[in-house]
Design a protein around this ligand. Structure first.
Ligand SMILES: NC(=O)c1ccc[n+]([C@@H]2O[C@H](COP(=O)([O-])OP(=O)(O)OC[C@H]3O[C@@H](n4cnc5c(N)ncnc54)[C@H](O)[C@@H]3O)[C@@H](O)[C@H]2O)c1
Length: 246
């Protein structure tokens, strides 16, 4: 018996990194999983790997910050896999720029991909969750939403926006059987590469003294995806190696 038997999950940004780890863990726990990513080849490879284990999995190439792309992706998923019980808003980008040097285009692109995507994907998934009277929405923010970081005003603003979004939505949907919670990881050993000087300084700040591993964060997303996590409402989880202790 898996913890997610019979569930359908959508994980964005699941071609690589944390999203991939979450998607594969969900599949091992019995869920059928849609892999949504703008990296179509990567998404198809992850979905094929999951199908090889006996679960259903669908790769959907989409830009999660683009409204028509998101609407089309969720319609395809509903038709080919079934409507989502679980949504993980994980897709994201990171760039480093001091505010004085930051262009409006850089700021806008960050907010589009790291924050507007959460709105678009959640809005697309919600009607079916309401229809079932059940849903688990898990948003991936960052400890930088709390601590801030030099060169990351745009990223921190987007990730802090996710916290307010999640808490507010929790007021709207919790009594319909849908939970909304947020995970704020610390620095992870994924493809999301930062300038090496920045990464080294950040790592030295961590109490644990090293970056986190996907396998050390994905279980938090599993906990929040399970049916018996209903009492977590608008909560924030902090697997971060001691970067902030809350
Ligand atoms: N890596 C870290 O140190 C770290 C720390 C805290 C939070 N996070 C957050 O965790 C999440 C996953 O990051 P990761 O480290 O696995 O990074 P990653 O770069 O390995 O994976 C991100 C995935 O998102 C996809 N993606 C990016 N923009 C997209 C778009 N517009 N549409 C669809 N897909 C898109 C990419 O193709 C990629 O597959 C992100 O939200 C990130 O901000 C990461």
């Amino acid at each position: 018996m898996g913890k997610l038997d019979g569930r359908i999950a959508v994980v964005t940004g699941a071609a690589t990194g944390l999203g991939r780890g979450i998607a594969e863990l969900y599949a091992r726990e019995g869920a059928d999983v849609a892999i949504v990513d703008r990296n179509g080849n990567g998404a198809r490879a992850v979905a094929a790997g999951i199908r090889a284990t006996g679960r259903r999995s669908l790769a959907v190439e989409a830009d999660v910050g683009d409204e028509p792309s998101v609407e089309k992706a969720f319609a395809t998923i509903a038709e080919e896999l079934g409507a989502a019980d679980i949504l993980v808003n994980n897709a994201g980008i990171v760039t480093v720029s001091l505010l004085a040097d930051m262009t409006t285009a850089t700021f806008d692109e960050m907010l589009r991909i790291d924050l507007k995507s959460v709105f678009l994907c959640t809005r697309a998934a919600l009607p079916a969750m309401r229809g079932k009277g059940y849903g688990r929405i898990i948003n991936i923010s960052s400890q930088i939403a709390y601590k801030g970081a030099e060169g990351m005003t745009h990223y921190a603003a987007a990730k802090a926006g996710i916290l307010g979004f999640s808490r507010s939505l929790a007021y709207e949907v919790t009594r319909e059987g849908i939970t909304v919670n947020t995970i704020c990881p610390g620095p992870l050993d994924t493809d999301m590469k930062l300038p090496s000087e920045w990464a080294a300084r950040k790592q030295s700040e961590l109490v644990i003294g090293r970056q986190g591993r996907v396998a050390e964060v994905a279980p938090t997303a599993l906990l929040l995806a399970c049916e018996d996590s209903a009492f977590y409402v608008g909560a924030t989880f902090h697997p971060n190696g001691g970067d902030i202790m809350v």
